[in-house]
Ligand binder design. Sequence first.
Ligand code: PMP
Length: 375
Amino acid sequence: MIYLDYSATTPVSYDVLESYNKATRDYIGNANSIHSLGMKSRALLNSATNQIAQSFNILDSEIIYTSGATESNNLALIGIALKYKSRGNHIIVSKLEHPSIYAIVQYLEKQGFKISYVNNNEDGLIDFDDLRKKITNETILVSICGVNSETGVRQPLKTLRQIIKKENLLTFFHSDLTQAIGKVSINLHDVDLASLSAHKIFGPKGIGMLYKSDKIELEPVIHGSSKFDNIRPGTPALPLIVAFSKALRVSLTDLDKKEMYVKRLNDKIVEELSTIEDLKFNRTKYSIPHILNISLGNIKGETFVHAMEEHEIYISTNTACSSGNLSTAVMALYNDTKRATSTIRVSLASITTNEEVNNFLKYFKEEYENLSKLN
Ligand code: PMP
């Protein structure tokens, strides 16, 4: 099997699974219980949280555990909207967001909030002038994805923050960093809120976090009772949290070295496939190397994904979470429906081998030729 769909999800690494198993086996107490078993679990939870906080140079209290990035996005956008609605009812998002962000803002629109979509330039970068123009006194939140999940386009978060705060100091800045963390280096202080998910960094599914600067308040989306966490109550998912903390530590180690390695793999694919005339690479100079999006001309992305699957090679069309065949991110870059309906996404990781890439290239060319003849 050759797995090249790491942006959809990653397998859980051995060490991470060991951490999960150990926490499950040896820490049976509810971290909210007052007896010694509870306190033992609470101590482990605190230590896992502290390690995450230290790796991002943030405070322990700035971490809210969630079930993943979808929930983090909901908590960030709805939590801000409800808490600060007396200040304004305007939210700005980009045209390069994950489908969950669009679902949330559509919901908020029905609740009376005004949503604006900031433009991007042909390189996929947010149009700074358009952003400046769209921010008003009523703007409570700007949410811009750090790395787009389909094209890998990475945004300059620090610059965006400066622009936002200069226009309106009271506007908060959220970024969905699900595809950025563990791939490229990120400074959480560039944003006020950030969504992360463990299953994109060789951690388990069902755990993620929202980074929320301590200067910000949020209205909870999930209600319950907890003496420790009023924003996201419930029994802490200790084994998942411990595994997430471990996965983060591993994924943030040697980040630059791993990125360079993945870039070499990406370059090799692009170089070899560039000889095929009808292929279009949906990437710009700001795309990270872990994500390579290709339009196949007259071949449907879905058909190609299944053809490659016959060789046990796993890639995806646009994202696992989008509905329909049209890639919104490719549309936002090129405004070309044909190009946006024939896309595949190949996503690489630092565990991808040269041999896997060679086999991928071999079968890619073979299947492309077969399917082109059929067309
Ligand atoms: N945001 C982005 C950018 C993503 O790529 C994904 C996963 N496809 C999500 C959010 C959703 O993450 P989760 O599966 O953890 O809810």
